[in-house]
Design a protein around this ligand. Structure first.
Ligand SMILES: C[S@@+](CC[C@H](N)C(=O)[O-])C[C@H]1O[C@@H](n2cnc3c(N)ncnc32)[C@H](O)[C@@H]1O
Length: 390
């Protein structure tokens, strides 16, 4: 069978017609074939002969081929993408429309009692994030009950509204592992269970940001009367493409020990110390740790917790040990172990921030010792420790 490259001189996974600005606004990062194949393998045993398969953000239609006797439907808000997809996928019914407005099965001529399977890779575009804010626009209307800070989350809510039986799509892992995000998509999580999940890096997408890579999950959800709680997500064992697993409940996180965000009422006290607001590990890659001046992004350090802020400062200098799939997690810590290695962390921090000296006078500090820091991180990360780090 001829493939998309032979027929049109383009490859289904490589979109060609959107410029940078449009790509950001439409979330037009098309899926490479190897990733489409992983999704296909996950969902294949859940397809029935008479299932309806829908990709309502289909781009050139990578996810739409080879579904046997099923009825296959594609939809995209981008007219050029739909035209391209139509040329290649003759057996598919296409719609050129906004998939987040007036969402119901009738729109796509899907019978109310049909078995519906959603596949694809909806756009992700955090409409509130500062990154690339200047070029972001609200490109289309979204039904009130689907409004979210991120377009991809709105798509998950739309799948629930369509009462899909199976959903097999890519989305940032942060949608389900960050509690605030999980809350935003609770209508979806109330009705679906995660059956399987493979984590891949955003680096797989040739056109994606070259700077900080984040984890994406190829997720298989099944409609289920009991849905899922955030506790279930913490216990879920995610498989990492290429080997290994991630389970949040294996770790303690730093938010138990420090204040990540500035308090509403600032109380500076005597000789205050400041730390930059902390979000997740990927944000820590970009941001500072200790800062000398107060600002609205500065946390006033509770001195009783100073050794945990120091832990984060040392953690930042060791980020190359941490694989990409922790990118949206808080800083991990093994508190019992840390209490044994704390002196080495404090000495390390002191080398980089000598002004902390007067605040650490109650500790008898050992000489700085890279080997000890090494030992701690190998114990914390186990098999997940990056095999090469700088
Ligand atoms: C990440 S791309 C995925 C394309 C294709 N499914 C693939 O995996 O190669 C997301 C697609 O969603 C489309 N899109 C963005 N907002 C949309 C909306 N509100 N309704 C329908 N499609 C939308 C974009 O035009 C783009 O083609």
């Amino acid at each position: 069978m001829a493939n998309a490259t032979d027929l049109f001189g383009f490859h289904a996974g490589h979109q060609k017609h959107l410029d940078y600005k449009e790509r950001v606004n439409r979330g037009g990062y098309y899926t490479p074939d190897e990733i489409v194949e992983i999704g296909r393998a996950l969902v294949k045993n859940h397809i029935k002969k008479d299932s309806f398969i829908l990709d309502n953000a289909c781009g050139y239609g990578s996810f739409l081929s080879q579904w046997g006797t099923c009825t296959v439907i594609g939809c995209d808000s981008d007219a050029v993408a739909v035209q391209m997809a139509q040329k290649y996928h003759r057996h598919v019914s296409f719609f050129h429309r906004n998939a987040l407005q007036r969402v119901d099965r009738k729109t796509f001529h899907i019978p109310e009692d049909a078995n519906l399977v959603i596949v694809g890779n909806p756009p992700y575009n955090d409409r509130t994030s500062l990154i690339r804010r200047r070029i972001k626009q609200a490109a289309f209307e979204i039904d009130d009950d689907l409004r979210c800070r991120d377009l991809g989350m709105s798509f998950l809510l739309a799948y629930n509204k369509l009462r899909a039986d199976i959903v097999c799509v890519l989305h940032p892992l942060s949608y389900i592992i960050k509690k605030a995000n999980f809350q935003s998509i609770k209508e979806f999580m109330r009705n679906y269970r995660l059956m399987d999940g493979r984590i891949v890096s955003s680096a797989c997408f040739a056109e994606a940001s070259k700077t900080t890579h984040f984890p994406i999950i190829i997720a298989l959800y099944k409609r289920h009367a009991e849905g899922m709680t955030y506790e279930d997500i913490k216990n879920f064992v995610f498989k990492i493409q290429g080997g290994g697993t991630l389970c949040l409940n294996r770790y303690e996180f730093i938010d138990q020990y420090i204040d990540k965000y500035p308090k509403k009422k600032k109380c500076l006290g005597k000789n205050p110390l400041f730390f930059w607001t902390m979000r997740d590990i990927n944000a820590l890659k970009r941001n500072k740790t200790f800062v000398k001046k107060y600002s609205h992004n500065a946390v006033v350090i509770d001195k009783n917790k100073l050794n945990y802020y120091i832990y984060v400062d040392v953690f930042k200098r060791n980020l190359s040990r941490i694989p990409y799939y922790f990118g949206n997690c808080d800083v991990m810590i093994q508190n019992n172990l840390y209490s044994r290695y704390r002196g080495y962390f404090l000495s390390d921090a002191l080398q980089h921030h000598p002004y902390l000296k007067s605040h650490l006078s109650q500790y008898r500090l050992p000489d700085a010792n890279k080997q000890k820091i090494n030992e701690y991180f190998f114990a914390l990360l186990g098999e997940c420790h990056a095999s090469t780090y700088t």
